[in-house]
Design a protein around this ligand. Structure first.
Ligand SMILES: [Ca+2]
Ligand SMILES: [Ca+2]
Ligand SMILES: [Ca+2]
Length: 380
């Protein structure tokens, strides 16, 4: 985008030179001037000198690597004791450009329980798990012996994080994120969801958000996702929510057995660019006043749509009529610029023989901004 704007600016400035001659000024006629060639000495070739770039890591010595690995493993196994060593990584976990040993161990008898520690030279650091909920067993980072971890700068603050995923029965996924800070591995955030957890830069600021998915027992094909955003200093905080498909397989069956699901299905269809599917969720009276072609044209520039904060307004309507409120975040491509708008939308919905259908809506624009970067990744 920046490149495009630069090119356009250059283009306009060229047009300005050519298309806007100063009025009243007559260009002089070119006159012939004889040229006398004078030999000049070529400039001296500068002596090239290279300054080697410092490598972030010390150059590994193959002769020492085996010995390092052997000694590291021996010490890690010593610390692990009776526990099973599930995973062992030799990477820089604290940002000092020197690798540490990061180990995941599993104790089948104690829970079972997954836990992690870092061995930095002779120093040992346990990575603390979130406290279990009252009445729940302490399974640490997870119940099963899994090895899913990432060591990288997730929140784009220049420091590496250690992210460890774990799993438990009832479809539960856990994520613990740590950062080295003031002499310890601080638990920066702990997350648990029943419909997967993943990273995604949703707002395009290069710091990745954490998306915590939850199953909805009344709508097994859907996942309700909570979006946690880095606060720039300490932790990840809940910022918003959205609805997504839980299963990837298409075509999806649109749920309309409750007023709120009809609205969710409508925006999922628009997001999928299934405009005929979205149109089919309007009731027939609404369709008769808005022919498909004209209606679909309203989404011509729409890139992506998220719907969240969906709730049926209490005390409004009757058994055949309801009103559903939602916040819709829409990305539009407007002449090459991506504009993100957050809308508060109120939908009136009506019960039909086929399920709930949308009739009319009112929209209130809450926020509008141009995206510097288009969000990477995506929901299902
Ligand atoms: Ca290190
Ligand atoms: Ca970081
Ligand atoms: Ca982000």
């Amino acid at each position: 985008m920046r490149y495009l704007i630069l090119v356009l600016l250059i283009g306009f400035s060229l047009l300005g030179c050519v298309g806007s001659p100063s009025p009243g000024i007559i260009a002089p006629t070119a006159t012939f001037t004889p040229l006398v060639a004078t030999a000049t000495a070529p400039p001296a070739t500068p002596t090239m000198s290279f300054t080697p770039t410092a490598t972030p890591y010390s150059t590994p010595n193959p002769a020492l690597a085996a010995d390092t690995a052997k000694r590291g493993l021996a010490r890690v196994l010593e610390i692990a004791g009776e526990a099973d060593l599930v995973c062992l990584r030799h990477e820089d976990t604290d940002g000092d450009a020197e690798p540490e040993w990061l180990a995941l161990i599993h104790q089948p008898a104690a829970g079972p329980r997954l836990s992690a520690f870092v061995l930095d030279g002779e120093e040992f650091y346990a990575l603390p798990a979130a406290h279990p909920k009252p009445g729940e067993p302490d399974i640490g980072l997870g119940q099963y012996a899994t090895c899913e971890l990432e060591i990288r700068d997730i929140n784009a603050d220049g420091r590496p994080e250690v992210a460890i995923f774990g799993h438990a029965e009832q479809h539960e996924t856990f994520l613990h994120v740590y950062v080295w800070e003031r002499g310890e591995y601080r638990l920066l955030g702990a997350f648990r969801g029943t419909a997967d957890i993943h990273f995604e830069d949703r707002d395009g600021d290069l710091a990745e958000e954490i998306i915590e998915g939850h199953l909805d027992t009344a709508a097994p094909s859907l996942a309700w996702e909570i979006i946690f955003t880095w606060d720039g200093q300490q932790t990840y905080g809940w910022t918003t929510d959205r609805w997504a498909w839980y299963y990837l397989e298409r075509p999806h069956a649109y749920l309309t057995h409750k007023p709120s699901y009809a609205v969710i299905s409508f925006y999922l269809a628009v997001d999928d660019r299934d405009l005929p599917g979205a149109y089919a969720l309007l009731d027939t009276a609404t369709q008769s006043t808005r022919p498909y072609a004209a209606w679909a044209n309203g989404f011509a520039s729409t890139l992506r749509v998220d719907t969240g904060a969906v709730h049926q307004l209490p005390g409004v309507g009757d058994e055949n009529h309801a009103r559903v409120a939602t916040q819709v975040l829409a990305w539009d491509n407007e002449a090459g610029r991506v504009i993100a708008r957050t809308w508060e939308v109120l939908w009136d919905v009506v019960r039909t023989a086929e399920g709930w259908r949308l009739t009319s809506s009112t929209m209130n624009l809450l926020l509008e901004e141009e995206m510097t970067y288009y969000p990477t990744g995506g929901k299902r």
